[in-house]
Design a protein. Structure first.
Lengths: 229, 443
């Protein structure tokens, strides 16, 4: 009687059931065998590498946007030069990498013996998101010999125009560190001060009371491109 | 609505179901031994799931707000992870015991029952020891929860579906349907992935077990996927069987149709989840957000919302809870209302993912759904209660009735206390794992 109440006995007492159960076990067996073949052979390499994040070579398609402005600045006064950076200014898909500023002037009075004026320039750390604290920046400079004053601002972190290697599951992830459009957008403010100089030799010459200053903005922009290594 | 939110909702649903049904089953004095075991097991596995889902929800929020490496995080992530993982052992052991006693008693003598329970208790001790000493490891045999339920319930389903067809016996068909429902609760979320397994696609083979803690392509991953494959084979077989019955008799059961729908969603899911990588041009698949949304609406919804709802249907419709007293009836109705309202609210939130309606509008919609739903729920609840039939009645006279085994009330009480103590031990063990940096050390 024990056998009659046995589950195996109950489940297998009908021949049609047995045939279908054999089919069931067959499907299970075939599926598990197939899965094992895929897991250990056909897809083995891919599975082992599934958590490996590929490296990408990120290169930068650079362009320089130039703009300049000239102002006549009176003696002992400061004047501001502004550069407004917007998406329209840059073009779609461009990101701002660096800002190079050149302040140019010469002695324009035409008076004999009138020396070059003293000009100082200072890029105010405001108005746009940039690496204002970067040690490579040159945010201020001056000249009393009509030399060009050159200023430099690192805007996009770590951008130097050279190729970079990034990791990412896909191109989007690899480019992610280089597609932050918040850097560099806004208004840059360069203050320039002029102090005219007179010849001190005692000769009777006429000194000037202003100077023509030209500021040339060079904005280095880039479009990042990633290629899987 | 994110995966984290859905896990939280799943935890709430499972907690209500587990605690309420524990109360109701303990008040049910007329149940046979196997029905009572089934009632308690369903209660405890959902309490385990509530703990697991809530812990993984917290872990998810830690991961989402993480700055830097998880290993450097000063949160209690190792505690949440360990306790969330180990609480699932109750689900594994519970499902195994459930298939051995319900709907038909595979264990047919007291000796068999004692051996089975002893083995499961040993496993409940073995798993935490392996996990806390080796971390996620193949020796856990992750996924073994599916082994016996798939074999037993599918076999019983076949036997009773054939009795139904050959002898035109409606009640046997109901037993077959119960087996399908139990398989659906356990396996449904995996059936959505069946095409990926056969088509060798990444969304099945690249599944991250243990949060990518284990080595890619390791034995640990293989064993987990092997059991998933067993589940998929079961689903394919059931669909084949239902189609065979349909062409033979012109009849297909409602639950059979639901299983077929799950498998059909698996076919659509294949197109959504496998296509549209960066270099392909499949409009929906190309959007990874859509893929995430698809998983939330299929896999995650089954895992967190459908499971408790189907389980409460099984509990009530098969009389695993005694509703003869007014108080029990009230508690059961309260449970059903809470589950339906919470699930409806969650589904409405999910709809916001697809149709971005405002919070005010969705609150209004929820109000309407609840107002209409309560009346509908009332009628449905009464209908289910009135038509409930115990498994004992369904099997009466078939030779499959559960044998008479005497299990004292004190044994059930001891088992419940043991489970409570077990969860407390798991909490303590998880805390030890946290303070000893055990996870980090097993890397």
């Amino acid at each position: 009687m024990e056998e009659e109440t046995n589950f195996i006995y109950l489940i297998t007492e009908d021949s049609e059931t047995n045939k279908i159960l054999a089919v069931m076990l067959g499907i299970m067996f075939v599926s598990i065998t197939y899965h094992a073949a895929v897991f250990f052979h056909f897809k083995s390499d891919e599975i082992k590498l599934k958590n490996t994040v590929p490296d990408w070579n990120v290169l930068f398609n650079e362009s320089i946007i130039e703009s300049d402005e000239t102002q006549i600045i009176a003696d002992s006064t400061k004047s501001s030069f502004f550069l407004e950076v917007s998406e329209d200014f840059l073009g779609r898909g461009n990101f701002v990498g660096l800002l190079l500023i050149e302040v140019l002037y010469e002695e324009t009075s035409g008076n004999i013996g009138d020396p070059c004026d003293f000009v100082s320039a200072n890029l105010r750390p405001e108005g746009a998101l940039a690496q204002w604290e970067n040690e490579n920046n040159t945010l201020s400079g001056s000249s009393d010999g009509c030399e060009t004053i050159t200023l430099f601002l690192q805007i996009y972190p770590n951008f130097d125009g050279n190729n970079k290697t990034e990791s990412g599951e896909n191109m989007e992830q690899a480019l992610d560190p280089w597609t932050n459009s918040s850097f560099g957008f806004g208004e840059f403010n360069l203050e320039v001060e002029v102090n005219t100089q007179e010849l001190v030799s005692g000769l009777p010459t006429q000194s000037d009371d202003n100077e023509e200053i030209t500021v040339q903005w060079n904005l280095v922009t880039f479009i990042p491109i990633a290629n899987e290594l | 609505m994110s995966e984290q939110n859905l896990l939280s909702i799943g935890a709430i649903l499972a907690a209500f179901l587990g605690i309420f049904s524990l109360y109701l089953v303990s008040k049910s004095s007329e149940l046979r031994w196997n029905e009572k075991i089934a009632g308690f097991v369903i209660s405890w596995i959902f309490i385990g799931k509530a703990i697991s889902n809530s812990h993984f929800s917290i872990l998810r929020s830690i991961l989402d707000s993480l700055q830097g490496s998880l290993l450097d995080s000063e949160t209690m992530w190792q505690y949440w992870w360990a306790n969330g993982h180990m609480s699932d052992y109750v689900f594994t052991a519970g499902q195994t015991l459930l298939c051995l006693v319900f709907p038909v008693a595979v264990l047919r003598t007291k000796r068999q029952l004692k051996i089975a329970v002893s083995l499961l208790l040993l496993l409940l001790l073995y798993w935490p020891i392996v996990y806390s000493s080796l971390g996620p490891h193949w020796l856990e045999f992750a996924g073994s929860v599916y082994l016996l339920p798939c074999l037993v319930w599918t076999s019983v389903y076949v036997r009773f579906r054939l009795i139904q067809v050959n002898e035109d016996d409606y009640e046997s068909g109901k037993v077959a349907d119960i087996c399908l429902l139990l398989l659906l609760v356990l396996n449904g979320h995996i059936w959505f992935y069946w095409v990926g397994m056969f088509a060798q696609h990444d969304y099945f083979y690249f599944v991250d077990i243990a949060g990518a803690w284990s080595e890619a392509g390791s034995l640990h991953e293989y064993i987990w996927q092997m059991f998933y494959t067993l589940v998929i084979a079961t689903g394919v077989f059931i669909v084949g069987m239902e189609i065979y019955i349909l062409q033979r008799t012109g009849y297909i059961s409602t639950v059979g149709i639901i299983v077929c729908i799950y498998m059909a969603i698996g076919i659509i899911g294949f197109f959504v989840l496998s296509m549209g990588d960066a270099d392909e041009a499949f409009a929906l698949g190309a959007d990874s957000k859509f893929k995430d949304m698809w998983k939330i609406f299929t896999n995650q919804t089954h895992f967190t919302i459908a499971r408790p709802l189907v389980a409460v249907y099984i509990l009530i419709s098969l009389g695993l809870v005694d509703l003869s007293s007014e108080r029990s009836m009230m508690v059961a109705k309260g449970l059903a209302v809470i589950l339906i309202v919470v699930a409806t609210a969650a589904l409405l939130e999910m709809v916001q993912l697809v149709i971005p309606v405002s919070q005010v509008l969705s609150a209004g919609l929820l109000g309407i759904v609840v107002a209409v739903g309560i009346g509908w729920e009332e009628r449905t609840f009464v209908k289910i209660v009135d038509s409930r039939i115990s498994i004992d009645e369904l099997l009466d006279g078939t030779g499959w009735e559960a044998p008479d085994l005497e299990i004292s009330e004190s044994a059930f009480k001891s088992a419940n206390i043991t489970m409570l103590v077990y969860f407390l031990i798991l909490m303590l063990l998880s805390y030890i794992i946290h303070i000893s940096d055990n996870f980090i050390n097993t890397l």
